[in-house]
Design a protein around this ligand. Structure first.
Ligand code: AQP
Length: 348
């Protein structure tokens, strides 16, 4: 799993870090692109999963809604299978190393690097002058999230690939600038590896197969929320855009059929099957037969997460306790790393 070059150079332990923003409701893309993999990885490595509330405020968040969304993401983390004893679960603002290291990385990263980030361009849109400075510097904070723990592996959806590459550039430049001044510190930070090749690294909108499923799409019908009722789940799948053709019997036949490909990908990812395997069952079927089967599968898989998350949300003190405990364990890893960084940079 580890990049061989990185492994020979960086000698620290393998460690996973990732996060989800508490902005709006979690959707199927967040689950299949990220959280489902988080759960598998906790069986294999040390895992640290964060609710990235500092990232959330790079765009306006109502404070009351943010408060409740932090708990909700935590509840879904646990409901989907993350074990707070096995994985470290916490919210980012509780561990000051993230913000402190992000500042240092703002001084390592170059304007030209950040100027190339497509997510900033997409999110700032035409009104770039009015975007927050935090939105522009988002990738430096993301690098800090990962490197505050010297994490070696980062499971994310495909949309985060460019930010991960920037994290590697920041780690490399920090190593070059500061590590070379002290023997043995040339490989102070690992170059974190993205883990993107999941079963559904880019889940697309249910209404437009060329756009990714996203929290910020104005229409609810474009995405399946993890909190949707069974009826809403089934309705959204029933109304998902498709083409008039029957399903092909092999995945090669999905080429140039983005909506069909998306639904088959979702089915395969939810069922832990390959697309070819799904098509060997449904090849030749019309969407009128496939959609109800997908709706049943989605309800059977997602409804238990929703119900468990609701149960957890009814005990907010327990969620807060889990976050507090996770933050203490996170600080125990990050604080000594940050102390070394400060020393390397020359702070007293
Ligand atoms: N459509 C998607 N398919 C696969 N993975 C996805 N992710 C997000 N959308 C998809 C992955 O989910 C993780 C958490 O994402 P996030 O909440 O931190 O931020 P995001 O990528 O900005 O999520 P959204 O829904 O797309 O929000 P908006 O609408 O604000 O842009 C990440 O690993 C992400 O890759």
């Amino acid at each position: 799993m580890t990049n061989q070059n990185n492994k020979t150079e960086y000698q620290g332990p393998e460690r996973v870090f990732s996060g989800v923003q508490p902005t709006g409701q979690l959707h199927l893309g967040n689950y299949l692109g990220a959280i489902k993999r988080f759960v598998h990885l906790q069986e294999e490595m040390e895992t640290i999963y964060c609710v990235v509330d500092l990232h959330a405020i790079t765009t306006w968040q109502d404070p009351k809604e943010l408060h409740s969304a932090i708990r909700e993401v935590t509840a879904f983390y646990i409901a989907c299978g993350l074990d707070p004893k096995r994985s470290i679960l916490f919210n980012q603002s509780k561990v000051s190393a993230h913000a402190e290291l992000a500042w240092i990385f703002n001084c390592v990263a170059r304007m030209g690097w950040l100027n190339r980030m497509t997510q900033f361009k997409d999110k700032a849109g035409k009104n770039r002058e009015n975007a927050s400075v935090g939105l522009f510097a988002y990738p430096s904070l993301m690098a800090a999230d990962i490197l505050a723990y010297k994490a070696t592996h980062v499971p994310v959806g495909d949309d985060q690939k460019q930010h991960l590459e920037l994290s590697r550039d920041i780690a490399q430049k920090f190593n070059n600038d500061f590590g070379s001044l002290r023997p043995g510190a040339e490989h102070f930070f690992p170059l974190p590896e993205p883990l993107i090749a999941g079963p559904a690294p880019r889940v697309m909108s249910l209404r437009d197969g060329s756009k990714k499923m996203s929290k910020s799409d104005p229409s609810d019908m474009t995405r399946i929320h993890l909190s949707d009722s069974d009826d809403d789940l089934a309705k959204k799948i029933r109304k998902a855009r498709t083409d008039p053709e029957a399903l092909p019997s092999e995945s090669a036949g999905l080429k140039d059929r983005p909506e069909a490909e998306n639904l088959v990908t979702i089915f395969a990812a939810l069922a832990d099957r390959t697309k070819d395997d799904v098509l060997s069952e449904f090849g030749g079927a019309q969407f009128s037969a496939f959609k109800p089967a997908l709706a049943d599968l989605a309800v059977a898989t997602l409804a238990p997460f929703r119900d468990k998350a609701e149960e957890l949300m009814a005990a907010p003190d327990e969620i807060d306790r889990i976050l507090e405990d996770g933050a203490a364990r996170a600080r125990a890893i990050a604080d000594p790393i940050l102390a070394e960084v400060k020393d390397l940079v020359g702070f007293i």
